[in-house]
Design a binder for this molecule. Structure first.
Ligand code: MEV
Length: 324
């Protein structure tokens, strides 16, 4: 039996635009997904995930259809990443018939912009390869985990969250290049609306908008420009400007059509409470906003905002995937 864990990640800048070659900046956070894998004597797969989404999901492929009280598409989505990750692990370990018992524990709400699918993918791949008696280096793991997301999201994926979850810290990703940009101390406050969107569908929706309205490309370009600026600001340690760039980034994501009323409401609640800045993180369509505030004012304001179901602080995680 082997266990690996991987951190969640948030997008400080650049989601969606990164899919079209612009840079993104992501930060790993100290909320992890832990995956334990045991080889089976047959080639079946059993996945047990009692804590996914915080409210209990149990998926057992060897016991007929799952019976749970969460939307079926969420379960299918979680299962899709894990199943593709196990297939990749079989290929990496050259064990095409390997069967696995998989146990997943997660501190990350699913499909919420905090990289739950990247974390589960990275930890599952690492643990499953090791359960086959071999191992995988970090760069290969990051690349294979990206391939899993690419497949699960019908091509609508960047390397940002899989690389961030594998490497830890703050990371800039452009295409297939990634560069650590340190471990800046940023006072993240997260507000979660209890929902979330389908990443593949949201990426397809933005692509469609770009195809119909060629000027939408300018919004994508603007996100790229502000991400480059944000990267420089972090490297220069001049954090005061970050909030303003986050606000602009949120507005541009709203222009792409991926924000929601709940996400806008949470972002404004944070800004009105004095946060330096606030934006949605990830694909959008629901999920989380991230704000920067050293004081407790944003947490208090978000707790009082009906749109937010859960509020917590998040610290940067300097370490990525870990063998437990
Ligand atoms: C999804 O969390 C963020 C997107 O930019 C897709 C990706 O980068 O994989 C929409």
């Amino acid at each position: 039996m082997v266990t690996s864990s991987a951190p969640g990640t948030l997008f400080l800048f650049g989601e969606h635009a990164v899919v079209y070659g612009e840079p993104a900046v992501a930060c790993a956070i100290k909320r992890r997904t832990t995956v334990t894998v045991e080889r089976r004597s047959d080639s079946q797969i059993s996945i047990d995930a009692p804590q996914l989404m915080f409210d209990g999901v149990r998926i057992r492929f060897d016991e007929g259809p799952p019976s749970v009280d969460v939307p079926a598409e969420r379960i299918e989505e979680a299962a899709r990443y894990v199943k593709i990750a196990l297939d990749k692990a079989r290929a990496v370990a050259d064990e095409p018939e390997a069967g696995f018992d998989v146990q997943i524990e997660s501190e990350l709400p699913m499909s919420s912009g905090l990289g739950s699918s990247a974390a589960v993918t990275v930890a599952t791949l690492d643990a499953a390869v090791r359960a086959c008696g071999t191992s995988i280096d970090r760069s290969t793991l990051a690349e294979q985990a990206y391939q899993v997301e690419y497949e699960a999201q019908d091509g609508g994926a960047s390397r940002t969250q899989t690389f961030g979850s594998t490497m830890g810290g703050a990371i800039r990703v452009t295409g297939d290049e990634h560069e650590p940009i340190g471990t800046p101390e940023l006072p993240f406050v997260i507000g979660y609306d209890g929902g979330g969107g389908d990443t593949g569908e949201l990426v397809a929706m933005v692509r469609n908008r770009k195809d119909i309205y060629p000027f939408v490309q300018q919004t994508v370009d603007a996100i790229g420009s502000l991400t480059r600026q944000g990267d420089e600001v972090i490297r220069a340690g001049a954090m005061g400007e970050l909030g303003q760039l986050m606000n602009i980034n949120h507005g541009l994501l709203a222009a792409l059509g991926v924000s929601t009323q709940a996400l806008d409401t949470m972002a404004w609640a944070a800004r009105d409470a004095g946060a330096d800045g606030a934006k949605l993180t990830g694909a959008g369509g629901g999920g989380c906003v991230v704000a920067l505030d050293e004081t407790s004012a944003t947490e208090t304001a978000l707790e009082m905002t009906p749109a937010s179901e859960l509020v917590f602080r998040a610290e940067l995680a300097p370490t990525g995937v870990q063998r437990e």
